[in-house]
Design a protein around this ligand. Sequence first.
Ligand code: S3P
Length: 444
Amino acid sequence: MTRSKAQPMAFGPGGPLVGAASVPGDKSISHRALMLAAMAVGRSRILGLSDGGDVLSTVAALQAMGVRIARRGDGWEVDGVGAGGLLQPRGALDMGNSGTSTRLLMGLIASHPVTATFIGDASLARRPMDRVIAPLRRIGADIAAAPGGRLPLTLRGLSPAAPADFRLSVASAQVKSALLLAGLNMPGVTRVIEPVPTRDHSERMLKAFGADIEVAEGTEGTGGERIISLTGEAQLSPRDVHVPGDPSSAAFLIVAALIVPGSEVRIEGVGVNPMRAGLFRLLEAMGADLTFSNRRESGGEPVADLVARHSPLRAVDVPPELVPAMIDEFPAFFIAAAFAKGTSRARGLAELRVKESDRIAAMAEGLGAIGAAVEEEGDGLTLHGSGGALPGGARIASRLDHRIAMSFAVAGLRCSEPVTVDDMTPVSTSFPGFAAALSGLHAS
Ligand code: S3P
């Protein structure tokens, strides 16, 4: 993949953020909408699909395997080939920066008679793929990966593959979804047991596309685990999907509004699935003035319009049970905590070390550089919040990680001296209009 030239950008104090902003369609839901539409027989329409680079990697990979996908008006049309209908791609599948594309497509391809090579950028090539390689080998996929179970890797799928029962050893919606996607083209029941519940977008959307899927919520005696059973071979029917706005993108604008005095920002149509809304609940516990209105369903997902107003924030200890529901929001949370009054603690975050970057190290280093008092301890961070502006005046390495770049852009707005993010290009993987959204809120 050719990397575009680094784009440094400075973010400094610029007054209140006021007005309405929009965020791209939810990235997680967008990947799933494309893949399930591809596995249906006939034409689906997707409205509100994310225009981020990660989702475009999924589009390109599915196209390379014979799925016709085209932009039409304000939506996308996908002509599904049915479960089992993927074709052999000619070249390697370039996943760019996208772990979700990689892991979910590995699952999808594992039960097809297709051999695919996955490549990606330097960040993706560092991320562990063992968590999907091991269970997919169990159903018969043949996988050769670079040392450490990393990209580049070549996967030879098997059809018919043998369904199995899987107990997840890491709390990962990507692994769960990879196995369920593999199950679509396997004869019999694929069962995934999650000891710790993770985002349930795949389950919701599989139901919406007509898959035979059952979800049993564990009782207390079973530790609250969830058991998901999917019966293949699936006959999915095409449908229209309305993708809600991405709460993980909204998080940055919300934290910006909360920490910059005088701000009031409105974002319509944001996904508020409880398995994704952990940050919102935590910010409220910190004293954030957040209003949710017009709650409704869109594409089988709960959605609301959101208003965030500047609020003096108090420190908080992150309850461990909230971690899966805000796993992508820790960078944004750390920024909020760095400006809050008092000492905040978050633990049990080992997974953050294997995201697009080591987010514990990246945030600790960056926050230290802008003058915050922060301690990195094992799998967590302790932050002694400033209760007001921080010095800033530093250059931050974004480490090919969109969320690190956006976090320090937001922090810069509440610093005395501008903060320079060394490269804003990674932001286009999830939120191409982020910098424009911030300047739009400053101008109104
Ligand atoms: C995602 C699941 C999470 C999340 C990622 C998207 C998904 O990863 O961090 O950004 O769409 O299923 P894990 O499955 O590794 O927890």
